[in-house]
Design a protein around this ligand. Structure first.
Ligand SMILES: C[S@@+](CC[C@H](N)C(=O)[O-])C[C@H]1O[C@@H](n2cnc3c(N)ncnc32)[C@H](O)[C@@H]1O
Length: 434
């Protein structure tokens, strides 16, 4: 087993590797990490078929999928109501292909029989969808996508419905004529290459790709048996779903303290699917479920943004350090155009991660390891060494040992960010042993 220093870890914190791997690649999750990082971690920990790994911030399921390919049992928790089903779909490798293809044939017949004029289609989609969605697609394409969506809704088989729905979600940005790059959508920037892409054709191609991937993973890993239980839940407290000392290894990546809004990431998809109609819906359905990691989640009038007594008492040194950071940020924001609530963000973030670490400690077996891919940050240029603070909080909670290993230095990634600064940032793995 090579030492981590001898491995190229520069892309472990990104989704690049996963976008080239079967099944992992279905949904482009900019917050995702490399399946290679998970595999390395499992091998290093010497996990076997009897072991159970847990990812409290499961996202699109990279850790759990990697575990499945290696025949290791897994648990996963994800609070984002739109991302969770994508992970669920990726973890199910047995889909009735004959029945699914019959549905696709029905869909083709349905669109071929359609006699509605272009003007009518345009009218229908402009009534059906929020403006953002209308601006992101050619009317004919959007109309076809809507026919597919409506057909899928009526499929009674849960597995097939989820599979075909996931394909539709994953096809949306492929056929969109807007620059739907990550994380934000720019409807005014036009993507010429998508003009020739038809809704149904691209969708059918995507479904084929998913079936190809399932053939590959079933052929290579189909013989390995393991159990996977995943939950749409809040990882700050999993007492109802995960028993004490039942997990051998934790591998995860919490949201970074970098103002990336996970709720905004799926806005286009949620609007299209009819799961949300406006910002208010997105806030209620997504933002309130997630740990604090973006200023868009914060209402300054809310008095919950204070360090809890428990946090301050358990982590006196980290509390003093962070109080100082918060004071600096409260002062700095007054002189900045956006007046961003980074000060309250820091409080909410560490209060929440403290709860997560405590819960992780509870579920882990003695001798087990919890590994966190983390990025530090520098809001308004004030450096916050998230990895070191998390390591120390872990030790205050009871973990016996903390090790921090560098994956890469970063910073250039944020060069388009109007809040840019000159602080050198890094991505690391923090390993805590119980
Ligand atoms: C950095 S991403 C993890 C991505 C994952 N490693 C992957 O490859 O797809 C962090 C995830 O944590 C989720 N999350 C945020 N707050 C949560 C909470 N309270 N409980 C569970 N999941 C949460 C976010 O929705 C997001 O999907």
């Amino acid at each position: 087993m090579p030492d981590i220093k001898d491995v190229d870890t520069s892309e472990w914190g990104t989704f690049k590797d996963s976008l080239k791997a079967p099944v992992h690649r279905w949904f482009t999750y900019p917050a995702g990490f490399s399946y290679k990082a998970a595999e390395y971690s499992f091998n290093k920990a010497g996990l076997s078929g009897d072991s159970t790994v847990y990812d409290p911030f499961m996202g699109s399921g990279t850790t759990n999928l990697a575990a499945k390919t290696m025949g290791i049992n897994s648990l996963g928790v994800e609070a984002h109501p739109f991302v969770f089903p994508i992970a669920r779909c990726k973890m199910n490798w047995s889909i009735d292909e004959t029945a699914t293809r019959q549905h696709l044939k029905n869909l083709q017949d349905l669109t071929e029989q359609d006699q509605i004029s272009s003007a009518c289609k345009e009218e229908i989609v402009s009534r059906e969808f929020p403006e953002l969605v209308v601006k992101c697609f050619l009317p004919e394409t959007l109309y076809e996508l809507m026919i597919i969506r409506n057909y899928i809704r009526k499929i009674s088989d849960d597995n097939i419905r989820l599979f075909l729905n996931t394909a539709l979600i994953c096809s949306l940005r492929i056929v969109s004529i807007a620059a739907t790059g990550w994380p934000y959508i720019a409807p005014k920037k036009i993507k010429i290459t998508s003009y020739s892409k038809k809704g149904l054709n691209s969708y059918l191609e995507f479904v084929d790709k998913m079936f190809d991937d399932l053939s590959v993973v079933n052929f290579i890993y189909g013989g390995t048996r393991s159990e996977h239980r995943i939950f749409q839940a809040d990882c700050r407290d999993t007492t109802d779903i995960i028993t004490n000392e039942s997990v051998d290894h934790i591998f995860t990546s919490p949201p970074y303290l970098n103002n990336f809004d996970y709720a905004d990431r799926t806005r286009l998809e949620m609007y299209f699917m009819g799961d949300a109609k406006n910002w208010k819906d997105i806030c209620q359905k997504v933002r309130t479920q997630l740990i604090t990691s973006a200023t868009t989640q914060i209402n300054r009038g809310d008095d919950k943004y204070q360090f809890t007594h428990e946090f301050a008492n358990t982590n006196p040194e980290e509390y003093e350090f962070l109080k100082n950071v918060v004071n600096q940020l409260s002062e700095l924001r007054l002189h900045k155009g956006g007046k961003k609530s980074y000060d309250l963000l820091v409080i909410g973030y560490f209060n929440d991660l403290y709860q997560v670490l405590k819960d992780n400690y509870r579920v882990l077996k003695t001798g087990g390891r919890a590994e966190y891919i983390l990025g530090d940050s520098a809001p308004y240029g004030v450096h916050i060494p998230t990895d070191e603070i998390i390591g120390k909080i872990g030790c205050n909670i009871g973990f016996s040992n903390c090790r921090i290993e560098l994956l890469r230095t970063r910073g250039d990634k944020w060069k388009d960010n109007p809040q840019r600064h000159n602080v050198h940032l890094r991505e690391t793995i923090v390993s805590l042993t119980k």
